[in-house]
Design a binder for this molecule. Structure first.
Ligand code: NAP
Length: 521
């Protein structure tokens, strides 16, 4: 069945589907033109204009590597123009009253929902995302826009009275949150719409201007979102979007006029950026190696279904994916039996087919990396329960048990649909193994003993621990972010905006008002 989807005719069908202008709502017509080959040539957004460049990058669908569209391949010259535009207009949104900013985002939400089908089909084609995941991404983005009043409400200051010492008496201070200026957002391929939007929304809401560099694998949905922000009324020059390769992101990140870098992507690139950015605010959301800890008293049906969902959703291409399992000896056999049954209910195939849960990985090199990690584990003695095969960009759901500790898959980020399982003596051994990881993003623990759950959660060196469910960042209602090599800072409603503002202290000398002198009479 999968092979049918991979036949060349499907490639043709992809091209036809995307290039039919009717597939994209008419509001998007200013952002692309149709090339002689029939593919769509997208423009990028520079200083309030949609700009076409001769140098192009091909966007190919992971479904079958068919050409979906092209985007401009920006040079340093356009990168400079983008930063200059955001710099010159850095106060444009700062001076818009919050109620009007919120109205802009509510209009953007309506436009997003009116054009939901265009976004879902684009996300499915450019990222190979199963339809239900693509719908979830659009819904979460709409929800984030809806919650902007809540988010704005988190911008608060404080009043500090000066009656502390002889030196401060007769003074007081107001501590305000102010925008940073120009925020650079660099985003990964796995949530090209949602992650990028959840950097841009709080940045603008806080009064910053932004320059965005989306992933060159799948930049289309965010270009479409930018068009929506433009129509909704985001002031000219406040958002500039540069399409290009990683090297242009690195150039932008070092720019003197950029005040903050918010980066989501691999630990490798994050570390490199941390070395070169210079003096600016830095927010890094990096890789993960989340584990599920299944204790002897766990509800095994729940643990099995959540572990499979947490590992296989979007083919495991999520920073919060479960990619190691530590299960207590006493329940290990029954857990593995249940997990195998559960895994069999996951269907692999074309992500446009609504019955499919596992689509392709983003590209061939991702498939090769996953396969290398799986074979390394098998070579070192892991038992294969299912999977360990691929066709094209499609990696079959894989379960490995009794994976030895020297297998690379126990330590390196997998980003594929693989569950490596290891039996452990007790919670202490699981915590010790979990904490030996270089990463510290998400993990989960399954137990019916809440005191034990609390103890495990407190001892895990993770940014977030979920009890009795798979980790899930969702709309960002709860804060999330990494420890160790998983990053710096926290994202979420109210939390992102805090990262995108800085404190200013205004000290007042009240001595001329003679309040203290009068009181001491
Ligand atoms: P990536 O290869 O690190 O790329 C991320 C972004 O950085 C892309 O826009 C990429 O551009 C750009 N880039 C590449 N090299 C660069 C450089 N030298 N300087 C500046 N920018 C550069 O990551 P990815 O493969 O897209 O995404 C997967 C990774 O993201 C995983 O490690 C995952 O765990 C992590 N992630 C973390 C979170 C979190 O919340 N912690 C969430 C989602 C994903 P090109 O696309 O043009 O190369």
């Amino acid at each position: 069945m999968l092979r049918n989807y991979l036949e060349p005719k499907w490639g043709m069908r992809i091209i036809n589907e995307v290039t039919k202008a009717s597939r994209l709502g008419t509001i998007f017509s200013p952002i692309y033109s149709v090339a002689a080959s029939g593919s769509l040539d997208f423009k990028m957004f520079l200083n309030g204009k949609w700009v076409m460049l001769e140098q192009r990058i091909e966007v190919r669908s992971p479904i079958d590597d068919g050409l979906v569209a092209t985007v401009p391949n920006a040079s340093e010259q356009e990168a400079d123009q983008a930063v200059q535009s955001s710099y010159v207009h850095r106060n444009a949104i700062r001076t818009v009253p919050a109620v009007e900013k919120i109205e802009i985002f509510q209009r953007a939400r309506e436009l997003l929902l009116q054009n939901k089908d265009s976004f879902v089909s684009t996300l499915t084609l450019e990222a190979g995302k199963p339809v239900s995941n693509a719908e979830g991404e659009v819904k979460a983005t709409a929800e984030r826009l809806k919650l902007t009043p809540e988010e704005y409400g988190k911008i608060r200051g404080e009043h500090i009275p000066g009656d502390w010492s002889d030196e401060t008496i007769g003074t007081s201070a107001d501590v305000l949150r102010e925008p940073l200026g120009v925020v650079l957002a660099i985003s990964p391929f796995n949530y090209p719409l949602y992650i990028t939007a959840t950097k841009v929304i709080p940045a603008l809401l806080a009064g910053n201007s932004v320059v965005v560099k989306p992933s060159s694998q799948d930049p289309l949905s965010f270009l479409m979102f930018t068009r929506i922000l433009e129509i909704a009324g985001v002031p000219t020059g406040t958002i500039n979007v540069i399409t290009g390769k990683g090297s242009i992101g690195e150039y932008l990140a070092q720019h003197d006029k950029v005040n903050m870098l918010t980066f989501t992507g691999s630990t490798e690139v994050g570390k490199r950026l941390a070395r070169v950015v210079g003096i600016k605010e830095l927010h890094l959301e990096l890789g993960g190696k989340g584990c599920a800890i299944i204790l002897g008293d766990a509800d095994i049906d729940l643990a099995a279904s959540e572990t499979v969902k947490g590992s296989f959703s979007y083919s495991g291409q999520r920073c919060d994916a479960i990619s190691r399992v530590f299960v207590e000896f006493s329940v290990a056999d029954v857990f593995m039996k249940r997990i195998l049954e559960e895994a069999k209910t996951y269907k692999v195939g074309d992500p446009r087919d609504r019955t499919v849960q596992i689509g392709p990985l983003i590209n061939r090199s991702a498939v090769e990396k996953v396969n290398e990690l799986v074979n390394d584990a098998i070579d070192r003695g892991a038992k294969l329960l299912t999977g360990a095969k691929f066709e094209g960009n499609y990696y079959y759901p894989t379960i490995l048990c009794d994976v030895p500790l020297n297998a690379r898959i126990m330590w390196e980020e997998t980003f594929g649909p693989v569950i490596p399982i290891m039996r452990v003596k007790d919670a202490d051994e699981a915590i010790d193994l979990a904490n030996r990881s270089q990463y510290g993003l998400d993990s989960c623990v399954f137990t019916t003993n809440l005191n034990l759950a609390r103890k495990v959660a407190k001892r895990l060196e993770e940014g977030e621990v979920t009890i009795n469910a798979a980790p899930r960042h969702g709309v960002g209602y709860y804060p999330f972010g990494g420890n160790k090599n998983s990053g710096l800072g926290r994202e979420g409603i109210g939390y992102s905006i805090e990262e995108m503002t800085r404190l200013k202290t205004i000290v007042y000398n009240w001595k001329p008002a003679k309040v203290w002198a009068d009181l001491m009479k």
